[in-house]
Design a protein around this ligand. Structure first.
Ligand code: ZN
Length: 271
């Protein structure tokens, strides 16, 4: 039976925005206001180091109506982790507006940290999330199939989790869905050079697993005209990504938007 959708204004959730990035320092209030004006109800501020995660949590506390935060260490920064890292993340995870652990994962594209460091601290963060039963915000780039193998080893206790900024091929998507992961789609899908495969793959994501995100200030949709100043991406562009996803699915944007927002609320227990 078809679900019924009403024509009220969209209330979207941007599940990944790096609002602690210096490019937002001078006009964050305007950025948040524009997002609200565009129908983005909630924005998850991504934590990428302990320090950035603290700042993300501070931002969420300062904007409780719109912002939530994640706390974690990105694989790029795995080499900077030490004995204080997990206790610090544990403390951050206890804060009311921190809704997930991450981003964490594997990145074999840039290799800013050695692979053994990446795996060690990815595993440590998974274990913490298993213990706390807090959702995971996952990053994987050119790391298939190792990424899924590491997760599979924790399958029995794995909390709900999202493969954020999914850019992989079919085999990687299948592996993520087999792990029951949610899938985050960014403006990568708007990139006619490297995102074309996503136009087809996105059809294979179950409706109840699809999420959308900007990954601001990165990954500005290439087909956005005019391009923003300094090509900075921001949460107000989420509807543009939504429309690209909806076109690929052959479904109304309002419907897809409602699905993704409902999925985000469920995954992160957003009130
Ligand atoms: Zn990422």
């Amino acid at each position: 039976m078809a679900a019924e959708y009403t024509a009220r204004p969209m209330t979207l959730v941007d599940i990944g925005a790096n609002l602690t990035h210096p490019s937002f320092r001078d006009d964050l209030e305007d950025v948040i206001r524009r997002a609200q004006g565009a129908g983005v109800e909630t924005i998850l501020v991504t934590g990428t180091t302990v320090e950035e995660s603290r700042r993300a949590a501070d931002l969420a506390a300062a904007h409780p109506e719109t912002l939530r935060a994640t706390a974690g260490v990105h694989p790029h920064h795995a080499r900077e982790c030490d004995a204080a890292t997990i206790p610090a993340l544990r403390a951050l995870a206890a804060l009311p507006r921190v809704v997930a652990l991450g981003e964490c994962g594997l990145d074999f594209n840039r290799n800013y940290s050695p692979h053994p460091d990446q795996e060690k601290w990815f595993t440590a963060q998974i274990e913490l999330a298993c213990e706390l039963q807090i959702p995971l915000f996952l990053h994987s780039r050119d790391a298939h199939p190792r990424f899924a193998e590491v997760l599979r080893a924790h399958r029995a206790r794995l909390p709900r989790a999202v493969a954020h900024c999914f850019t992989g091929e079919r085999a990687e998507l299948r592996a993520c869905l087999d792990l029951d992961l949610y899938i985050g789609i960014t403006g990568w899908i708007c990139d006619e050079r490297r995102g074309r495969h996503l136009l087809e793959l996105v059809r294979e994501i179950p409706r109840e697993r699809l999420l959308i995100e900007t990954d601001s200030p990165y990954l500005t949709p290439r087909d956005l005209h005019p391009q923003p100043r300094a090509r900075r991406n921001e949460p107000a562009f989420l509807p543009h990504i939504l429309r690209a996803v909806a076109r690929a699915l052959g479904r109304p944007a309002e419907e897809v938007g409602e699905d993704t927002a409902r999925n985000a609320r469920e995954l992160f227990s957003l009130s």
